[in-house]
Structure formats: C-alpha cells, structure tokens
Design a protein around this ligand. Structure first.
Ligand code: PGA
Length: 289
C-alpha cells in the first residue's frame, strides 16, 4: 500500500518538476521559507594553500541580498585563514570535511567536532563517498553524525548509490539503508530539522562530469524526503534542507535548482573557482534571469 502511495507521490512530484522546469526557477519557493534557506556548499577536498584561500575569499560574490547561504568546506588547516579572510561576511559559513567520532584522546592526526568548531566551522560533512570508499562504514557515519550534533556542528550527511547499485536497481534500497543506519535513534525529541542537512550524491556523478538528470535527482531527493518523514515526521522532513551533489557546475545549476526537493548543492570541482561558485549562487538565487 505504501509502495503505491510512494509511486503516486513520485508521479505527482514529477509533474511538478516538469511544470516548474518549463517556467524557470521557482525563486519564491527557494527564498520564502526560512527553514529551507538555499545552501550552496563548496567542498574543496584536498586542494588550496593559504594564499589561494585568501585570493578566493576576495573574489567570491555571495550575492548577499539573495537569501542564499554560502558554505565553504576547506581543508581543516585553512579554516582559520578563511575565517580571518571572510571576517565580516555573515553570508558565508565555514565547514569541515570530516570529524572524529570521539571528543578527545589518543587519536593521532584526527580532529574532534569541538576543535573544528573552535577553528571557525559551523558545519561538517559526514559520510562523503570518498571517505566511505576508504573504509568508513555506516556505523562510523552514525557515530560521526552524533558527534557533530553533540559538538554543536550541523552535519551534512552524504548518501548516494554507486553505479553498480543503480544498474541493478538498488538505488532506493541503498538510500533507505544509509539514511536509516545514520539517523535512527537520534533521540526524542528529534533534533531541529535546520540542524541536519542531507546531500544526495550519486557516487557515479562525483568528479565524473556525469551529472544526474533532473528527474533522477528529483526522484532520489523526493525518496529521501519521504524516508525522513518516516524516520521523524512529515512536518520535520518538509523543513529539512536537501542538497544535490555530483558534477554541479555553471551549466547545470539552474535546471537542478528548480527541482521541488533541491534546497541547494554540494559542489566539488566547480567550487574551487570563486567565479564559478558565484555564478552557481546567482543561478540559484535567480539573479541571472
Ligand atoms: P564534484 O564533487 O562536484 O567535483 O562532482 C562533489 C562532491 O564530491 O561533493
């Protein structure tokens, strides 16, 4: 019965997608709801030096009046550099790319949520597929998510299927399992939906130049919002921000930003260029129309 309901809901959402896509960006929706303020997050991965970070900060145009929140997730050592370079720009938030699940202790080379916060971050990416590929399992993702919330950081939980999983029709099973294992038992009352962001990042789209089609992205994000509704409540899920990530660039940002369940992007490669990131922000804000 719930499968039938899911299918009907997906068809309805698809019709909405096509309607909106034909009429351009639904900027009103993107900027109206304070609970779902659009978020454009740049994950720098292992790139940039201090001088690059300063140059980047000077060139970035966050389109401050647009209501879009910009987030930069640099390598950890550059957090204080960016914090100083961006001081005064309240439209840019800072984040880390990972954290250790423990609060402190003998963990050589690691950083706790508290340290990350102390260095100027308010967000942290959790469960990125590049970390999952190097051995991070769902249990560790679950622990990191709790550590982030415990330290007062907003986790961006990354979920997404590999290409072989998509090809054998396992996409929804993978998403359901990653979400359930990370989020079940987060406590009663549930955390504020504004404190958790979920990013759908199909692994086959990351760094590949092969972006998900709008209907693939919307279908997955709609599924994710439905599962969040089951795990928390429908009202909770409607207030949670969902990002799409995987080869987002200047050329495809608009067609993805208009999707009903896209509240922003997690950008890798294109986010290394401040002009490109500024254009993506502008596309989401509708300022290029
Ligand atoms: P990409 O990376 O934009 O270079 O595909 C996205 C990510 O890894 O978050």
């Amino acid at each position: 019965m719930s499968d039938v309901r899911d299918r009907v809901e997906r068809i309805v959402r698809q019709v909405v997608v096509e309607t909106i896509a034909s009429g351009g960006l639904d900027v009103q929706r993107l900027t109206d709801s304070p609970a779902r303020r659009p978020l454009i997050a740049a994950n720098w991965k292992m790139n940039m030096l201090a001088a690059d970070a300063r140059r980047y900060a000077a060139k970035l145009d966050t389109h401050a009046e647009s209501g879009v929140e910009t987030l930069i997730c640099p390598p950890l050592v550059l957090l204080p550099v960016l914090r100083d370079a961006l001081s005064g720009d309240t439209h840019v938030s800072l984040g880390a790319q990972d954290l250790h699940p423990e609060h402190a202790g003998a963990h050589t080379g690691e950083h706790s949520g508290e340290m990350i916060k102390d260095a100027g971050a308010s967000y942290v990416i959790v469960g990125h597929s590049e970390r999952r590929a190097s051995g991070e399992d769902d249990e560790l993702v679950r622990r990191k998510l709790r550590a982030a919330l415990g330290a007062g950081l907003m986790p961006i939980l990354c979920v997404g299927e590999r290409v072989d999983e998509r090809e054998r029709g396992a996409t929804f099973r993978v998403l359901r399992s990653q979400l359930t294992l990370a989020l079940t038992g987060l406590g009663q009352p549930a955390p504020d939906p504004r404190d958790i962001v979920v990013a759908y990042e199909p692994v086959w789209a990351i760094g590949s130049g092969r972006v998900a089609t709008p209907s693939q992205a919307q279908e997955a994000l709609s599924f994710i919002r439905d599962r969040l509704g089951e795990l928390f409540s429908h009202a909770w899920a409607e207030r949670a921000r969902l990002l799409y990530g995987g080869s987002v660039g200047v050329g495809n940002a608009r067609s993805l930003a208009c999707l009903p369940d896209v509240d922003g992007f997690l950008v890798g490669g294109a986010g290394l260029n401040p002009e490109a990131l500024s254009e993506i922000i502008a596309a989401v804000a509708g300022e290029n129309r």
